[in-house]
Design a protein around this ligand. Structure first.
Ligand code: AMP
Length: 140
C-alpha cells in the first residue's frame, strides 16, 4: 500500500488536526494517544512519511527509536508507572490502524490492566494534564 498523505498523523504533523503535543522537533513529534490503553499512553512519530518500519529510512528509524526512549524516560519520570510497555505495529493483521509509523509508549500501573486498543476516547483535560507533565519531564 502506498503512503497516504492524508492519514490522521500526517494531518497532525501539518497542523491540520489537533493533538496534545509532548515533543515537536526536527525529526520527530510526540503526542498523547486519543484513545489510551492506560493513562499517559503516548505516541512518537517521525516527520519522514513512512507507513511502517520497513519503509522508514535507517536514519529515520535511529531518530525515532532514540526519541522514543527519551519520551519513555519522561513518561516514567512524570507518571511514575510500575512498568512501561513499548509497542509498534506493522500492517492491518498486526493491528495497525494508522498508517504512519509510530511507537506506542504505554505506562503500566500495578494491578491495572490495559483498555482495548484504539477504542475509548479519553477526557481532554486528562490528556492535556498528562501532556503537560510529560513535557515538563522532557524539559532540559
Ligand atoms: P496503531 O493501531 O498501532 O496504528 O495505533 C494507532 C493509535 O493512534 C491508536 O492507539 C489510536 O488510539 C491512536 N489515534 C487514532 N487517532 C488519533 C488521533 N487523532 N490523535 C491521537 N491518537 C490517535
Amino acid at each position: 500500500m502506498a503512503y497516504d498523505p492524508d492519514n490522521i498523523f500526517a494531518k497532525i504533523l501539518r497542523g491540520e488536526a489537533n493533538a496534545h503535543v509532548v515533543l515537536d522537533e526536527e525529526h520527530c513529534f510526540a503526542f498523547m494517544d486519543l484513545m489510551p490503553q492506560s493513562p499517559g499512553h503516548t505516541l512518537i512519530i517521525p516527520r519522514e512519511p513512512a507507513e511502517n518500519i520497513f519503509d522508514l529510512s535507517d536514519e529515520g528509524l535511529a531518530h525515532l527509536t532514540a526519541t522514543t526512549r527519551r519520551v519513555a524516560r519522561a513518561v516514567k519520570t512524570a507518571l511514575n508507572p510500575a512498568g512501561l510497555m513499548i509497542a509498534q505495529l506493522n500492517g492491518v493483521d498486526a493491528g495497525q490502524t494508522v498508517f504512519h509509523i509510530h511507537f506506542h509508549v504505554i505506562p503500566r500501573y500495578a494491578g491495572e490492566g490495559l483498555t482495548f486498543h484504539a477504542r475509548t476516547m479519553a477526557d481532554a483535560d486528562e490528556l492535556a494534564a498528562n501532556a503537560a507533565r510529560i513535557r515538563a519531564a522532557l524539559a532540559p
